[in-house]
Each structure stands twice: as C-alpha cells, then as structure tokens.
Design a protein. Structure first.
Length: 64
C-alpha cells in the first residue's frame, strides 16, 4: 500500500472524527475530554492541510 498524500491523510482524519461524532450522537455515547481534544486536534490539522493546499493552488489575489 502506498503512503497517503497529505490531502488523503487529512481527509481520512476528518472522516474518522465525523464518524466518531455521528456514532456518539446517534447512540448517546459519552466522549471523554481526551477524545474530544484529540478530535479537535485532528480537525485543526486537517483544516490546516486543506488551507495550505488550496492557497498553493489559488492565483494571486483570488482569495484562495
């Protein structure tokens, strides 16, 4: 299996967090503070990667 690209890695982490939160909401599961902090870190890192990738692709002055 080939290593994940930065974009694929970010997408995978964001999907994992989404699935974890949906599971907790659907079944009334408790998420301890440590898991919520970990999820927030994955979201922040994923957003940072997406922002870097979209800024790299945008034209100067395009707002991307």
């Amino acid at each position: 299996m080939s290593p994940l690209s930065r974009k694929d890695w970010a997408k995978m982490n964001l999907e994992q967090v989404r699935d974890q939160l949906l599971d907790a909401a659907a079944f009334g599961k408790y998420l301890p503070p440590e898991q919520l902090e970990n999820a927030a870190g994955k979201i922040a890192e994923g957003l940072r990667v997406y922002q870097e990738l979209t800024c790299d692709q945008g034209e100067p002055g395009s707002g991307l």
